[in-house]
Design a protein around this ligand. Structure first.
Ligand SMILES: C[S@@+](CC[C@H](N)C(=O)[O-])C[C@H]1O[C@@H](n2cnc3c(N)ncnc32)[C@H](O)[C@@H]1O
Length: 285
């Protein structure tokens, strides 16, 4: 079978299975199977596929047709211009989370040797993007999931940042010693309420880790303890920066007691949706 025929029948198959963007998915999976880039697909439509290529393509298409995200099939996702390995043990890094990284980098300007902890690191994307940008930063990354930490450690090694990012299994910040000396506590925590499960894409519900997505009835079961424990971990004037769900701004801002936090900021994403809440540990009690 020629490459162009394989592609066109894959598009039909994914369309029939109700997979969104069938052409893009068919191409990404063929690129993965053949180990080529998109330009190659367009330059060599008549290349013949070996029986082995065809069998492998069929296999990955069958997995994609079940709704499994293509990133779990290819094992990769780009974030902040860096290549991250992903598995079903971690959330697939989302482009909107780059707003959180941008916010932290902006707040860190002028902090000479920032010390930062990333809570719920998953693939490690936030911690590693920040460490990549801030060569003098000391970064700790924690997750409750040992399987997620294994992926994060692999990403740190691939990006040659393993000497500067330290990983630790922890429920929020409980296992992190209590030194009051972090400049930043950063987190993209799980924030979907159980009651909102039907508003989440089916592929997220079915394939992404439950502990990475859901956080109790209201979606606040991790953010609540995070705000409390971050206050202990931060030095005076240190920043908490958290990614939030599309309707959570008021609920999260309300957790920030004004006697303990100041300079509360809400950063919108490109669509104007509140995406990041940042606040500073109050300097004068
Ligand atoms: C929304 S994912 C974010 C992953 C990654 N930081 C990102 O932005 O793609 C939330 C992460 O928090 C972790 N998590 C959930 N509950 C936690 C808890 N109580 N303490 C620490 N980590 C937790 C999950 O295992 C998951 O990796």
């Amino acid at each position: 079978m020629q490459l162009k025929q394989a592609l066109s029948s894959a598009v039909d198959r994914l369309e029939a299975a109700d997979v969104g963007s069938p052409r893009m998915n068919a191409e990404v999976l063929l690129m993965f199977v053949l180990g080529v880039n998109r330009a190659y697909l367009y330059a060599h439509p008549e290349r013949g596929l070996t029986a082995e290529d065809e069998a492998r393509y069929n296999e990955v298409l069958a997995r994609r047709a079940t709704g499994m995200p293509s990133h779990y099939i290819t094992g990769h996702q780009e974030f902040w211009g860096l290549d991250f390995v992903v598995s079903p043990a971690v959330l697939i890094p989302r482009p909107e989370t780059e707003h959180l990284v941008e916010t932290v980098l902006e707040l860190a300007r002028g902090v000479p040797n920032p010390k930062l902890v990333d809570v719920g690191t998953g693939s490690g994307c936030i911690a590693l993007a920040v460490a990549h940008e801030l060569k003098n930063a000391e970064v700790v990354a924690v997750d409750v999931s040992a399987d997620a930490l294994e992926i994060a450690r692999a990403n740190a090694a691939r990006l040659q940042l393993d000497g500067r990012v330290h990983f630790m299994q922890s429920d929020v910040l409980e296992a992190v010693a209590d030194p009051h000396d972090f400049d930043f506590v950063v987190s993209n925590p799980p924030y979907v309420g159980f009651g909102e499960a039907d508003k989440v894409q089916k592929s997220v519900r079915d394939f992404e880790p439950r502990t990475a997505v859901f956080a109790g009835e209201q979606g606040l079961d991790v953010i609540g303890p995070l705000v409390e424990q971050a206050h202990r971990a931060l030095k005076l004037g240190g920043w908490l920066a958290v990614e939030i769900g599309y309707s959570m701004r008021d609920a999260v801002v309300n957790l920030l007691n004004p006697t303990m936090w100041e300079d509360v900021r809400v950063v919108p994403d490109l669509q104007g949706i509140p995406r990041v809440v940042a606040a500073r540990k109050r300097r004068i009690a």
